[in-house]
Unconditional design. Structure first.
Length: 454
């Protein structure tokens, strides 16, 4: 039930999102709906210094406050007299900050019970629902305010600086007829960067076959990787690694005809600017259903990889998932975009995202057969396996759906599910049916989607 707040009484709203670039880009549809619902409200965002350029040109944002990570910031916030704080970043420091600032209404997600006392309005963002994108999770946060998921798509909103784009084109002699491809070789903490030698071969294909002008971007930490890529390339790309701030990167991205990179902040900037995108998803940790390019033509490159480790991309020493994605895979993605065989809208993309995100654990061979033929990843439950062996199999296969058909669901399987949950990105969904009459892939997928939303 929506919290009874009169929109006309909310004049000053604080939005809290002091973290990564992609996370900030993906709250812009929620910001739009917030502004639409609270028309008289003034919107201020508290963000990290390095993400402020995402918001400074956004006409729906009235003020940007840079986060200094100190609780003393509450004094400034208190002087601002905010009526409502919206916590897209659900962490203790910021929940306490809003409380200390004496903000009357404080809206947060209920997924962390220890933070609930700091929020007097709470929402359920349904983080374990694999049918929802991060954009939709963010909009669900607003549901207690009477704001629901709209029937249509709310686009991302990032405004580029056209003067900076023209300056860049002049400096690097980019002509209107040039086919420009941007490749961001870096990544944030939630993913792993693709292999440099494979980026180099992809660049050679782009320059030789498509006569493209290729630009590589990244941060300071990618300088050694950039040097290696350039050394391997036959035709040298334009190297802008560690040479741009965020506002300049946004402006440069707006000139691209094609973007290539793993799921990270610049990918979502490209999506916001409607740049056709080849999105590489190498790790088990990141799912296209949650992080796919929002409402822009794109192709997802993702492979099922057997890895027995808990997926923590930032600290993982293994590269099996990176090696699984070949240069040919990426080139096929580029060709699909060039030929118009891509996901053009979110509505059309969602079935593809779901197919490349779910991994099914089942005791029925007919289910495995039907799903495998349709391109889904599914594996058989070892009937005589111990809970520990089943747990290890779930981790290795990144299981997020357990589909048991039979009179009784084995206790060993239930125990394995509990044991595996801390090692998986989301808790596996357990579906128990005594019998099944229709094993077609379409029926199974509809069942899985329905169960996630219940």
């Amino acid at each position: 039930m929506a919290y009874k707040i009169n929109p006309d009484n909310i004049k000053n709203i604080l939005i809290i999102r002091p973290d990564a670039i992609g996370d900030c880009v993906l709250i812009t549809p929620a910001i739009h709906l917030l502004k639409k619902n609270f028309r008289a409200g003034r919107l201020t965002i508290l963000c990290s210094p390095y993400t402020k350029d995402l918001f400074i040109n956004n006409p729906e944002i009235n003020e940007v406050i840079e986060d200094n990570k100190k609780l003393s910031l509450n004094k400034l916030l208190q002087r601002k007299n905010f009526d409502l704080s919206v916590h897209f970043y659900n962490e203790f420091h910021y929940a306490l900050l809003a409380k200390l600032a004496k903000i009357k209404y404080r809206l947060g997600d209920n997924s962390k019970p220890l933070l609930n006392p700091f929020y007097n309005i709470r929402s359920n963002c349904r983080w374990n629902d694999l049918t929802l994108h991060e954009v939709e999770h963010n909009i669900l946060l607003l549901s207690p305010l009477g704001i629901s998921l709209p029937d249509g798509i709310v686009p991302l909103k990032i405004i580029s600086n056209n003067e900076l784009k023209i300056k860049f084109e002049n400096e690097y002699q980019i002509n209107p007829e040039d086919f420009v491809v941007g490749i961001h070789i870096g990544t944030g903490k939630g993913n792993k960067a693709w292999l440099p030698e494979r980026y180099a071969k992809t660049i050679d294909y782009l320059t030789a076959t498509l006569h493209a002008k290729v630009i590589i971007t990244g941060s300071k930490k990618e300088l050694p990787v950039a040097e290696k890529i350039i050394g391997l390339c036959k035709a040298k790309p334009i190297n802008l690694v560690n040479k741009t701030n965020l506002e300049e990167l946004i402006s440069i991205t707006s000139r691209y005809n094609l973007y290539i990179g793993v799921d990270t902040g610049p990918l979502h900037i490209a999506a916001a600017l409607k740049i056709p995108t080849v999105a590489i998803f190498p790790t088990k940790f990141v799912k296209p259903t949650e992080w796919g390019p929002w409402e822009t033509p794109h192709v997802i490159i993702r492979k099922a990889v057997n890895c027995s480790q808990k997926c923590l991309p930032a600290n993982c020493p293994f590269d099996d998932c990176l090696k699984a994605i070949s240069v040919s895979d990426v080139i096929l993605g580029i060709k699909a975009l060039m030929e118009g065989n891509e996901n053009k809208t979110v509505e059309k993309a969602k079935p593809d995202w779901f197919k490349k995100s779910i991994n099914v654990f089942t005791n029925r061979q007919e289910i495995i057969c039907e799903l495998s033929v349709a391109g889904y990843h599914s594996v058989e439950i070892g009937m005589a396996a111990s809970p520990i062996k089943l747990m290890k199999q779930m981790i290795k296969e990144d299981i997020n759906i357990i589909h048991w058909v039979g009179t009784n669901c084995p206790l060993a399987l239930k125990i394995a599910k509990l044991l595996a949950t801390p090692y998986l990105p989301i808790p596996p969904l357990l579906i128990h049916e005594k019998q099944i009459s229709d094993c077609s892939a379409k029926t199974l997928v509809n069942l899985y989607r329905k169960k996630f939303t219940e």
